[in-house]
Design a protein around this ligand. Structure first.
Ligand code: FAD
Ligand code: UQ1
Length: 448
């Protein structure tokens, strides 16, 4: 089978020729079945970006990606799919087409990490040794933590979630079938990817209810486990005005714990009064599930107590194992988890891991840059960009706290191209450089 990224079926030992290390501190595992200079676990946004960058430096045969799935999804498009603007196939590409041609694709799950022996074991029982490891395994969706939810998905097409490929296709039909009553949108009590997405779909739905003339007979409700509508004051103020103007009811500190599918009832715990439950009737329920790192990672020796790969938040290097780095949603960097954050992290990781490989001092620091394009209607978007201190870090010399059609165009038309053609190829480190250029001599909206 001819593949862009060589898919390995037979065990073999790769001889690490041509690698110019000035001081090789880390030696490849002696008892693994395969050995690589660099192993990347996960072929999502971060894994593809890092593999692309290092294949260029290390050459064919020296980089492997462990990734079980045949298809790579551009997840930021899921909001637009749920809103009826794009289709699932618009967001999908074969995995072999996005992994770099010169890496070895080990198509299996990583199930065990041995950071001392420098090897990863796969679900098919292979031991893959490495000099350097990058963990990019993203987040796992824990729908089963909500009692009755998996059954409700099967029972009722009005119970949906943009977060999963199996359910995102049901969101737009459910919005269109909605005839009035309660439309409830939830936000869970765990860290999630794209913290704006639970409310973006609510704004798109509310707009469609107005268009479909069902809005006057309905209540649109955002039940969030958080205590604020958004974690950055500037954007929270804009969103607060929008929910008030559009008569959307926001209930804070409400965490979905059970769905009674047959009765169309959702049970929320009041986090201010633990143990106190509130039952809401629904006619449409959009669930953002609780999330965690994947089980195989969460139970490994390389994570912190919360299950995230324990990295230095500035260098992205593991706190205990200097030959391990981590990128994206599965690492412990305390920022909002997005593909935009992955882009900024990829440049920092590239420089620091290269330095470690060459025995040099790490010089790049991640400032927590992340971005959330908050779609507020078909054609309007607030482009939130901020750092570790929740301070705006805006790219464009305009007030990004305002709803803008230009930012919607950026999100819907420019970002997919940037993602497929630049980020996944290892050529997009986020807009930091452009921000500095654009803002040169124009003052600053936060830090430069
Ligand atoms: P992922 O891209 O999720 O990749 C993780 C990979 O690891 C997957 O391919 C998975 O198969 C693999 N994996 C898992 N377990 C194993 C294992 N055991 N062994 C090997 N491989 C494994 N971001 C934005 O910047 N802007 C947006 O507008 C935006 N909107 C979003 C809307 C929605 C509805 C969603 C769901 C996400 C959105 N995001 C957005 C977030 C963005 O998609 C993620 O933050 C980003 O994809 C994280 O990249 P990652 O590499 O960390 O994880
Ligand atoms: C970004 O870099 C990125 O990754 C490619 C996203 O994910 C799709 C984003 O949504 C955003 C907003 C950025 C930031 C880029 C610019 C130009 C502001």
């Amino acid at each position: 089978m001819k593949m862009a990224c060589k898919l390995l079926q037979n065990s073999r030992v790769v001889i690490l020729e041509g690698f110019k290390s000035r001081s090789r501190k880390f030696s490849t595992s002696l008892n693994a079945q395969k050995n690589y200079k660099l192993v990347v676990v996960g072929g999502g946004s971060g894994g593809c970006a890092v593999a692309s960058k290092f294949v260029k430096k290390l050459g064919a045969g020296n980089v492997a990606v462990i990734e079980p799935n045949q298809t790579h999804y551009y997840q930021p498009m899921f909001t637009l799919i749920g809103g009826g603007i794009k289709t699932l196939s618009d967001s999908a590409r074969p995995m072999k087409s996005v992994l770099p041609a010169k890496c070895d694709w080990i198509q299996s799950k990583a199930v065990n990490f041995d950071p001392v022996g420098q090897k990863v074991t796969t679900a098919s029982g292979e031991e893959v040794g490495y000099d350097y490891l990058v963990v990019a395994m993203g987040l796992q969706l824990n729908f089963n933590k909500i009692k009755g939810l998996p059954e409700a998905f099967d029972l009722d097409p009005q119970v949906v979630s943009n977060y999963w490929t199996k359910t995102v296709v049901n969101t737009y039909p459910a919005i269109q079938k909605f005839k009035g009553g309660n439309a409830i949108f939830t936000f869970p009590n765990t860290p999630i990817k794209c913290a704006g997405a639970p409310q973006k779909i609510m704004y798109l739905a509310e707009e469609l209810f107005r268009k479909n003339k069902t809005r006057q007979d309905s209540e649109v409700i955002f039940n969030t486990a958080l205590g604020v509508i958004f974690g950055v004051k500037k954007y929270a103020e804009s969103l607060q005005k929008i929910v008030t103007a559009r008569n959307i009811k926001v209930n804070y500190k409400r965490n979905l714990v059970e769905v009674r599918g047959a009765e169309r009832e959702a049970v929320f715990e009041n986090l201010d009064k633990p143990g106190e439950m509130e039952v809401f009737k629904y006619d449409l329920l959009h669930v953002t599930p609780p999330m965690s790192t994947p089980d195989e990672l969460r139970t490994s020796a390389i994570v912190n107590e919360a299950g995230f790969v324990n990295v230095n938040k500035e260098t992205l290097q593991h706190t205990d194992y200097p030959n391990i780095f981590s990128i994206g949603d599965c690492n412990s960097a305390p920022t909002s988890k997005t593909a935009a954050a992955v882009a900024a992290q990829s440049g920092v990781l590239e420089r620091n891991l290269s330095a470690v490989m060459n025995g040099a001092k790490q010089s790049a620091q991640y400032d927590g840059y992340t971005s959330c394009p908050l779609i507020t209607s078909r054609g309007k978007c607030i482009l939130a960009e901020f750092d570790y201190d929740a301070q705006p870090l805006e790219t464009f010399p305009v007030n990004q706290g305002k709803e803008r059609s230009s930012m919607y165009h950026l999100k819907a038309s420019v970002m997919p191209e940037l993602y497929w053609k630049m980020l996944l190829k290892g050529n997009w480190n986020g807009p930091g450089v452009y921000r500095k250029l654009m803002r040169f001599g124009m003052g600053s909206s936060g830090k430069a």
